[in-house]
Design a protein around this ligand. Structure first.
Ligand SMILES: C[S@@+](CC[C@H](N)C(=O)[O-])C[C@H]1O[C@@H](n2cnc3c(N)ncnc32)[C@H](O)[C@@H]1O
Length: 270
């Protein structure tokens, strides 16, 4: 059974990182019926934030990651940090880069390439048991910059047997990004025999098969917040927690707060 709607529809503005959508508090609604994993965000039925994210990012027809090829910005060349005199110069350079590219955002592994990936590789090398084959999984590897940077670093800095025996498996939901990853990693031909891309939803448990007891590394950069999740809200420290539902009205989303559904409540109270 679902809970009842709380009296106050809270006015908060959310800027969804993938789409600048204005949110406003709407008129009171009849209590929504559950719309778990709905595939459409167009409609008058309020949906949970998890359904909204799933639809907006992953719907096979209009999902941000399903459709668009250039969603993850890639720099053609690394920024020469040693030629920048401090923060202001860096910000100016960043401004220039954004003006040159038709892209909404660059991730840290792109902006700080190759150093960001090299830092991760160094951390792996310092802590891994290098007497057993190194297995790395990356979920949501974007354009493959992290994978290439890590493999480059291990090739150049680890004992040869570590590089020779390593495997790097990328699990990527977007087919266009999966292709891009092979191109990026394939810039160094020897990486390709150690690198595999599985084009699938990493959140779908069935794709992972049986448990492999061998230790492995799992890397996720800028991915966790893309996975469908709920949004809960409390106006202040004494108000009850509420869950957020979204309702599409023309080109805007109305946000409504309801008391927690049992499923979210059980999770939250543990
Ligand atoms: C914001 S981008 C980050 C890309 C890269 N990690 C970086 O930091 O530049 C999110 C990446 O995760 C992928 N992704 C999102 N949800 C996924 C899922 N459920 N399973 C596998 N990949 C997913 C996207 O296609 C994209 O490559």
């Amino acid at each position: 059974m679902m809970g009842r709607r709380t009296s106050d529809a809270v006015k908060i503005s959310i800027l969804f990182s993938f789409r600048a959508t204005k949110v406003f508090s709407g008129e009171p609604l009849a209590y929504p019926s559950p719309a778990f994993f709905s595939t459409s965000i167009v409609g008058e039925t309020p949906i949970l934030v998890r359904d909204f994210i799933r639809s907006a990012l992953y719907d096979p027809n209009h999902g941000y990651f399903s459709q668009r090829s250039g969603v993850v910005g890639m720099l053609e060349k690394s920024i020469k940090f040693n030629q920048l005199e401090g923060r202001k110069a860096y910000m100016r350079h960043l401004d220039k880069i954004y003006k040159q590219h038709d892209i909404a955002w660059f991730t840290p592994v792109e902006l700080f390439k190759p150093w960001y990936a090299h830092g991760i590789a160094e951390a792996i090398m310092r802590t891994a048991n290098l007497s057993i084959p190194l297995q790395i999984y990356e979920i949501g590897g974007g354009s493959g910059t992290c994978a290439k940077g890590i493999m480059d670093y291990i090739m150049l800095n680890a004992p040869a047997r570590v590089y020779n025996n390593m495997t790097y498996t990328s699990v990527e939901i977007s087919s266009s990004l999966a292709k891009k990853q092979i191109e990026t990693v394939g810039e160094v031909r020897s990486h390709l025999s150690r690198f595999t891309v599985e084009c699938r939803d990493a959140a779908d448990r069935s794709g992972w098969g049986d448990v492999n007891p061998q230790p492995c590394w799992v890397i996720m950069l800028e991915v966790l917040d893309n996975l469908p999740h709920d949004l809960i809200y409390s106006k202040n420290q004494v108000s009850p927690w509420t869950e957020v539902w979204l309702e599409k009205r023309h080109d805007r989303y109305a946000m409504h707060n309801y008391i927690l559904t049992p499923c979210i409540f059980v999770f939250f109270s543990h």
